[in-house]
Design a protein. Structure first.
Lengths: 262, 692, 321
């Protein structure tokens, strides 16, 4: 099976407080470190496992600048066979639809049976996979947490409300967005990345893909981020002050009033 | 020469002269034994290189000393008193009787054979000694059998998942040993009885020896009975002797042959980790196809020798904290499973089965290999010098190379790669803990290219963990009070990588080492001090070309000796303190007495030692990345340790390691001993007792 | 002004809580709008759901089709791309269905798409200004949506306060005949129910819920002791289940259980919307977290800035006397 996995380089926010620049144009990025979007990592692992089971190849693709190449290498070190970097100044400022249009052009250049994306990204809207599928006229399923390969179709599970799993049969080719927990992604060490350091990663610009410059970028975007802001507090909780002892006494009183304690 | 009985060399069996048999038997036995040895050497030849022989020989003085102490004098044996004494008696009995048995072998060919050096006084003295040796060997072999069959010490048991118990093999070999000494004594006793009956000059048998008893019993036996016993004893002795010899390479008794070499080859340095591959320098590592041990052939030849040498005594596992808390690791079975695999792959007859079957998932399991805290208790205990840490690390290197790393460890590893600490905290916050210091304590923050005489290498946990920052503060205070000009690297410091290396991520470790080495050299420091034994061990044993490193307890002990530290009396006079030896301060670096000396310098402090202390200290649960790993276990190591402190009658556990402190404080809560037991770092305790 | 539609999810004949939220959100876009609810399904449940929707919306379009008996994202997208007029604004709940269906629909309708909207600020000309969150709620953004060619918006459940006005009496129109071919390349097979654990957190009145702040598996016991002292049940957020420290049946959130307690103690839970999405019935929420900036303090009634590992044992002791 020929599999394309769309990945994204995102700020690693697990341990870091996100602060907003005073002018609201962006978050403060000076002290951030970047890595591959967590959901995408599961998608690549799943693609590799499918390939190892039924054969074929795994290609990872990202839209970004030369720094995004780092995440492609990391995914190739995991075991993806090929990487493709989509870089063009014209791509900057694209909305989800623009990114999907760029990816559609890449899918058209290859012969893929399956396209995977992460279900969402910390700085995204969980939209590109569904848009790409619609543009390709391929079936789509989101929040996929189980894949059983078949001949012309896949049996997949989707994570839905209540921790339940919605089972579907979906025809190939298709687009799936992958939920965390579907597998246990393998570790990639420095050595793994060094091993793939010299592999050529083709870079395509808008012209290479046959993407019209006015179909992407800010001009084509119908959804634009105006600014970042910190919402007014106020509506939040009443914060209990004082020593631990005092807080506990006050809390117990409140809990009794609200029926939390008999 | 006249013989009271027909000697074996002159006897016949079914009209065939027996000396033919007694010549062929040794020839066949020794030939087969050599064949076995050659076949056992084959996997070692196919294995990876170990330390080059030239380097091993350069370390000969230290190695010969280890042979003298550990092999010949058996100093590790009495750590288990009864088994140890039994073994020492067997071992020396074996050495003594080896000469006699060799002599007897030739007697079957030439009836009056004796070694030239056996004439005269030496021979006479030897004869007495070996008679007693044969006697005590029988006694201790029977005791050993009783232990195996009746007492059954727990450490000999084989859990079902590791296969069948090894009792039969042990009892069979003990049986052969009994047969050997009995037959040898019967051979001699029957002859002396015959000589006495015939009024020939007989040599005096040492009283109360086996031969003496036999002579006593047989003194009035008929000539034919004596002749039969004499011949039969010789025959049985000879057959048993070569059966025994050829049985050795089949199992755990191979140690009889290999232990001498194994002890000579054991580590002479502690605390270090073997290179990824001997003979491959760091800058050539990228060219290696594969890292670590994935298949049997990836072990070094010395590791294969370890497998051969395991005596199955269970001392390693009995001391292994992972085994004690029910983690799926028992070091003994790392060796035994390895041995079974080598034997299975390389049979004595037929071709070797060289198949590339990964060890993980077949012989060893992932969780088994991640369970080790590298505390070193197993290596400290092993009476034949088998090593485990390098094997565990090599297996982990193989797993890391294959991407088989538990999710719980992936996050801290990638955070260390990106931010230099396992929590992914921002680099610029690394030196922020010094803001908590009293204003009078000045610490140079060497972030702007400043230099210093003494560098305090803080490392990640002490820099970032809210609780452990107090160890940093205490250490800084102590250095300041001693008038030391010192600084910290702040954001220029990264994790020392001690556990990164021991968890098998060698390349990440090397990049950390490169970075820190450069920063330390730029700081101009001529000495390094740390409060973290893991850091001490990393800088001392994993890094190169650094100024001397010492732990704060060593620094304090020197101050005490020089009379520079003045204490006020113990502030908690009613408390009983016990010192918990951190593995990487104690076992791996030999610092046992310095911290105790500092504690004992505080007037009025009551201190007891736990039963398991010093080189038998029990790991707190492990540091560094081990804090992130989620093992399968029945209970926590720390909880067991806290209970040991309670048993010792202590109510304050003093440690000298931030990881020990984390684990002890957690364990006190888990064990429900809050309010009854507390834990404190040595540096904190000393600061609290400094005289104003 | 563009026509506004709302896609109604329903179960067992009852419309979901989000239906009223969509109605409220539509009013924020255009207070005078006559909003059309789209209700799809099959059989008697559908009729009941349409009646429910008619109480909230002026018009209700009913689509009855066997293919819609289990409305998976693919088939609903196909239907909506056939029946929603070009240039319309369509509101959809941002749940696992909305995430599945809506992005692709925006392409099919050639409309703008804004996902997981938490507030609607203003409409001026064809620019609709909405609020979204990034980085798990740590940053808020204003988004300008160009609705010239219509828009699909998914709205975060619980973010829009339903209006407490009189019930409407909307008209239900059966539009089933407008639907064309609904065959898709994705077929619903079955729903595998999550395993029921030893306790049912959905029935508990008081929940002691733990998150990342519990730090270690061994500390779960601290929460259990508190719950025992309070006569409460222990629940948790997703990371705790991912770490396998508690079973899945204890998880509160959109990918876990939906709970309706009277009192909810959020212990060391930062408060992602996925987690908050699992708390219904506006309980009295007490949040204890050592990070004063934790988003949970935005939604809690009472906030306490403390380390839960110290706070919980102290509280337990006080309660137990």
């Amino acid at each position: 099976m020929e599999i394309l996995v769309c990945v994204k380089r995102v700020p690693d926010t697990a341990e870091n407080e996100i602060a907003i620049k005073s002018d609201g144009t962006d978050i403060q990025r000076d002290d951030l470190v970047y890595s591959v979007n967590e959901w995408d990592n599961y998608a690549v692992e799943e693609a590799i496992q499918i390939r190892d089971k039924v054969g074929g190849s795994v290609t990872v693709v990202t839209v970004g600048d030369s720094e995004a190449e780092e995440v492609l290498r990391r995914q190739m070190a995991m075991g993806a066979d090929n990487g493709i970097l989509l870089a063009d100044d014209a791509f900057e400022g694209s909305d989800g639809r623009g990114i999907a249009a760029i990816l559609k052009a890449v899918v058209a250049k290859g012969k893929y049976d399956l396209v995977l994306t992460g279900a969402q990204a910390d700085d995204g809207a969980a939209q590109v996979g569904g848009m790409l599928a619609a543009m390709l006229d391929w079936p789509y399923a989101s929040l996929v947490n189980k894949i059983d390969t078949g001949d012309k179709s896949l049996k997949i599970g989707r994570e839905i409300e209540g921790g339940n799993q919605e089972m579907n049969e979906i025809d190939l080719p298709c687009v799936l967005s992958i939920q965390t927990g579907i597998n246990e992604p393998r570790y990639v060490g420095i050595r793994g990345i060094r091993k793939v350091a010299s592999i050529e990663i083709p870079t395509y610009a808008a012209a290479d893909l046959g993407v019209a410059a006015d179909a992407v970028g800010p001009a084509a975007a119908r959804v634009k981020r105006v600014d970042y802001f910190t919402p007014e507090m106020g509506a939040g909780a009443e914060i209990l002050e004082g020593s631990m002892e005092e807080k506990i006494d006050k809390l117990i009183e409140l809990l009794k009033a609200k029926g939390g304690l008999k | 020469m006249d013989f009271a009985l027909i000697p074996p060399a002159h006897s016949t069996f079914l009209f065939i002269p027996a000396f033919i048999f007694y010549t062929l038997l040794p020839v066949a036995g020794i030939t087969f034994f050599i064949y076995q040895i050659v076949m056992r050497l084959k996997p070692m030849v196919l294995a990876q290189p170990d330390k080059p022989v030239s380097e091993i020989l350069k370390e000969s003085p230290a190695r010969l000393m280890q042979v003298l102490k550990i092999w010949l004098l058996q100093v590790r044996q009495p750590r288990y008193m009864l088994a140890g004494v039994i073994h020492i008696l067997l071992f020396f009995g074996f050495l003594i009787l080896a000469v006699r048995s060799t002599e007897l072998m030739f007697v079957g060919i030439k009836a009056d054979f004796s070694f030239p050096f056996m004439d005269g006084t030496f021979g006479a003295v030897y004869s007495v000694i070996r008679s007693y040796a044969a006697t005590w060997v029988l006694v201790v072999a029977l005791m050993a059998m009783y232990r195996r069959l009746v007492t059954k010490p727990a450490r000999y048991a084989v859990p079902a998942k590791y296969g069948k118990p090894h009792t039969a093999e042990a009892v069979f070999v003990l049986g052969m040993i009994c047969t050997l000494v009995l037959m040898e004594s019967l051979f001699e006793g029957s002859l002396v009885a015959a000589q006495n009956q015939q009024g020939m000059q007989a040599h005096t048998l040492a009283p109360l020896t086996l031969a003496w008893f036999f002579e006593l019993i047989l003194s009035s036996a008929s000539q034919s009975t004596l002749q039969f016993l004499h011949s039969a004893a010789y025959f049985l002795h000879d057959v048993t002797f070569f059966t025994f010899l050829c049985f050795l390479p089949l199992g755990k008794h191979f140690h009889v042959v290999t232990s001498l070499f194994n002890v000579f080859l054991m580590r002479v340095r502690r605390g270090n980790i073997k290179p990824v591959r001997y003979g491959v320098s760091n800058d050539q590592l990228d060219n290696l196809e594969s890292f670590g041990v994935k298949n049997l052939e990836d072990f070094t030849w010395r590791h294969i020798l370890h497998f051969y040498s395991c005596v199955d005594c269970g001392r390693c596992s009995d001391n292994c904290p992972a085994n004690a808390v029910g983690r799926p690791l028992s070091p003994r079975f790392i060796s035994i499973k390895g041995r079974q695999l080598v034997f299975g792959r390389h049979p004595f007859f037929g071709p070797s089965k060289v198949e590339k079957a990964p060890l993980i998932g077949t012989t060893y399991e992932e969780d088994e290999i991640w369970s080790c805290t590298t505390c070193g208790a197993c290596e400290q205990e092993c009476p034949v010098g088998i090593e485990y840490i390098d094997k565990i690390v090599d297996l982990r290197r193989g797993m890391v190379d294959e991407g088989m790393v538990p999710q719980s460890l992936q996050k801290p590893l990638s955070a260390i790669e990106k931010r230099g600490n396992p929590w992914g905290k921002m680099e610029k916050k690394r030196g922020e803990w010094i803001k908590q210091l009293d204003s009078e304590v000045s610490v140079k923050l060497l972030e702007g290219g400043d230099t210093t005489d003494v560098l305090f290498f803080v490392d990640s946990i002490t820099s970032f963990d809210d609780r452990m920052q107090s160890i940093g503060c205490a250490t800084a205070t102590l250095l300041h009070r001693a008038g030391v000009d010192f600084g910290i690297l702040g954001k220029g410091e990264k994790d020392s990588g001690h556990e990164v290396r021991r968890f098998g991520e060698e390349m990440l470790f090397q990049s950390l080492r490169e970075h820190n080495t450069e920063m330390i050299q730029e700081s101009g420091a001529t000495r390094i001090v740390t409060a973290d034994p893991h850091t001490l061990n990393a800088l001392k044993n994993d890094y190169e070309d650094l100024p001397p490193v010492e732990h704060i307890s060593q620094f304090l002990a020197k101050q005490v000796r020089k009379g520079l530290l003045h204490f006020k009396p113990s502030v908690n006079g009613d408390k009983v303190y016990t010192y918990h030896d951190p593995c990487y301060l104690g076992r791996h670096n030999g610092v046992y007495d310095d911290p105790r000396e500092v504690l004992d310098a505080i007037p009025g402090m009551r201190r007891v030692d736990m039963k398991r202390c010093k080189d038998r200290s029990f790991c707190c649960g492990g540091g560094g990345l081990m804090l992130f790993y989620e093992p399968e276990e029945e209970q926590r190591m720390g909880v067991l340790r806290v209970k040991m402190a309670e048993e010792a009658g202590a109510n304050v556990i003093v440690t000298a390691c931030p990881f020990c402190l984390v684990n002890m404080e957690d364990a006190i809560k888990v064990a429900g001993l809050e309010g009854k037991m507390e834990a404190i770092d040595l540096s904190e305790l000393v600061v609290a007792h400094l005289a104003d | 002004m563009a026509q506004i539609f709302a896609y109604i999810t329903h179960k067992g004949g009852a419309v979901d809580d989000t239906a009223a939220e969509l109605a409220a959100a539509a009013q924020k876009i255009d207070a005078a709008a006559q909003v059309t609810a789209i209700v799809v399904g099959a059989g008697a449940d559908l009729d009941a759901a349409c009646q429910g929707a008619a109480k909230l919306f002026a018009q209700v379009w009913k689509f009855d089709n066997a293919a819609l008996a289990y409305p998976n994202g693919e088939v609903v997208r196909k239907l909506l791309s056939q029946v929603v007029p070009a240039g319309s604004i369509l509101l959809v709940p941002h749940d696992t269905f909305g995430m599945d269906m809506a992005p692709g629909l925006s392409i099919k309708l050639d409309a703008a798409y804004a996902a997981d909207v938490v507030a609607i600020e203003s409409l001026s000309g064809t620019e609709l200004k909405v609020v979204r969150q990034e980085f798990a709620g740590m940053a808020h953004t204003h988004i300008a949506v160009d609705i010239a060619k219509g828009a699909v918006l998914t709205l975060r459940p619980g973010s829009f306060q339903p209006e407490k006005g009189a019930e409407l009496a909307g008209t239900v129109s059966d539009k089933s005949g407008d639907a064309g071919d609904l065959g898709t390349k994705r077929r619903y097979l079955e729903t595998v129910e999550a395993e029921m654990g030893d306790v049912d957190i959905t029935k508990a009145d008081v929940l002691v819920s733990v998150g990342r702040g519990i730090e270690d598996q061994d500390n779960i016991g601290v929460a259990e002791e508190l719950a025992e002292a309070m006569g409460a049940v222990v629940s948790c957020s997703r990371p705790i289940v991912d770490a396998k420290w508690l079973e899945k049946s204890r998880q509160v959130g959109t990918s876990g259980k939906t709970v309706k307690p009277k009192v909810y103690l959020a212990m060391g839970i930062s408060g992602s919307f996925q987690h908050l999405g699992g708390i219904k019935g506006s309980p009295f929420i007490v949040a204890v977290n050592k990070n004063p900036k934790a988003p949970i303090f935005q939604v809690a009634d009472i906030g306490i800035v403390e380390n839960i590992l110290e706070f919980m044992p102290a509280l337990t002791e006080k309660i137990s006397g």
